[in-house]
Design a protein around this ligand. Structure first.
Ligand code: AMP
Ligand code: MN
Ligand code: MN
Ligand code: MN
Length: 289
């Protein structure tokens, strides 16, 4: 992990209580304002609730808010996260997708609870529901219950022992192909970026099939990227005409979140290019036919 000796003005990857983050949307916005950010994209897992909530609140502060969502895809034999920006939050097929995965995550959480009973960590589904407090249920909610009930000493241990892929408590969500996310997001006027590619693609040859799905950009700046990884993806963007994105992936629950917030993201020049691209993509989508 490296920090960047540059002025970050935009964080394009963050989470709130609408998924597995600890700050509410308005708390996160306040924090971003205090850090001196100019632009923020809230990108909760598989839902846009934060953006509809903020619209209803009528937020009118200095921060430029960009609608976003981090879509959990399953493709090429593994989980791949795709960030989508500047979507129409009332888009019907997007809302259908959100509702489907809210249910799917509930179904999967019940399955994880059953698996955990088998693995002698008997927590209840109701505890997990309470922990999620209305947000679509994620593994971190299950992990928190495991910690509180004393089955593991930390969230990290909960993943290592029970919840990571292949561990006894794990259960999968219904797979969602990247190409389907591309089609859905483009129809909603949005722009897509592959989240933290360094997590999945150590072999550059594996990367091209993913680019061919039609994604528009790559998250180059992310706390999990070593500087060599970052440079590799930056060059890939130049070679393939892809948009560079970046963000802290702030959840507020890990000790490194604090240092990463305001440190990972785009500079003024990078954000200008990002803003122009998402605006032109949005404008090019016919609203009626
Ligand atoms: P889910 O979307 O329910 O599969 O949960 C994935 C989320 O769990 C990620 O977005 C992270 O916030 C968190 N997570 C994934 N792997 C780990 C890990 N090894 N340790 C801690 N948190 C993790
Ligand atoms: Mn998360
Ligand atoms: Mn992710
Ligand atoms: Mn994320």
């Amino acid at each position: 992990m490296t920090s960047q000796p540059i002025q970050v003005v935009a964080d394009l990857h963050t989470h709130t209580t609408c998924s597995d983050g600890v700050l509410s949307p308005i708390e996160l916005i306040t924090k971003a304002e205090q850090r001196g950010l100019q632009a923020l994209a809230i990108t909760d897992h598989d839902n846009l609730d934060a953006h509809r909530h903020l619209r209803d609140l009528g937020y009118n502060g200095p921060l430029r808010l960009i609608s976003g969502v981090e879509i959990s895809c399953y493709d090429f034999g593994r989980e791949i996260h795709v960030l989508a920006y500047n979507v129409d939050v009332d888009d019907a097929s997007l809302q259908e997708y959100e509702a489907f995965y809210r249910n799917d995550r509930a179904r999967r959480a019940e399955e994880m609870v059953a698996n955990l009973h088998q693995a002698r960590a008997p927590i209840s589904y109701q505890e997990v529901i309470d922990e999620a407090a209305g947000a679509p249920i994620g593994r971190p909610h299950v992990a928190s219950v495991l910690v509180r009930r004393g089955f593991v000493p930390s969230i990290q241990a909960a993943f290592d022992v029970y919840l990571d892929v292949g561990k006894p408590g794990y259960a999968a969500k219904t797979p969602f192909p990247v190409a389907q996310a591309v089609e859905m997001i483009h129809a909603a006027g949005g722009t897509l970026s592959i989240a933290h590619p360094g997590r999945y693609f150590t072999d550059p040859a594996m990367f091209l099939p993913l680019v061919k799905t039609g994604v528009d950009g790559i998250e180059v700046y992310h706390p999990s990227h070593w500087h060599v990884t970052r440079e590799f993806y930056r060059v890939m963007c130049q070679q393939h005409g892809l948009l560079v994105t970046g963000g802290s992936d702030f959840h507020g629950s890990r000790e490194y979140d604090e240092a990463n917030f305001g440190t990972f993201g785009l500079t003024a020049a990078g954000f200008e290019e990002f803003a122009a691209t998402i605006a032109s993509r949005h404008a090019s989508v016919p609203k009626h036919d």
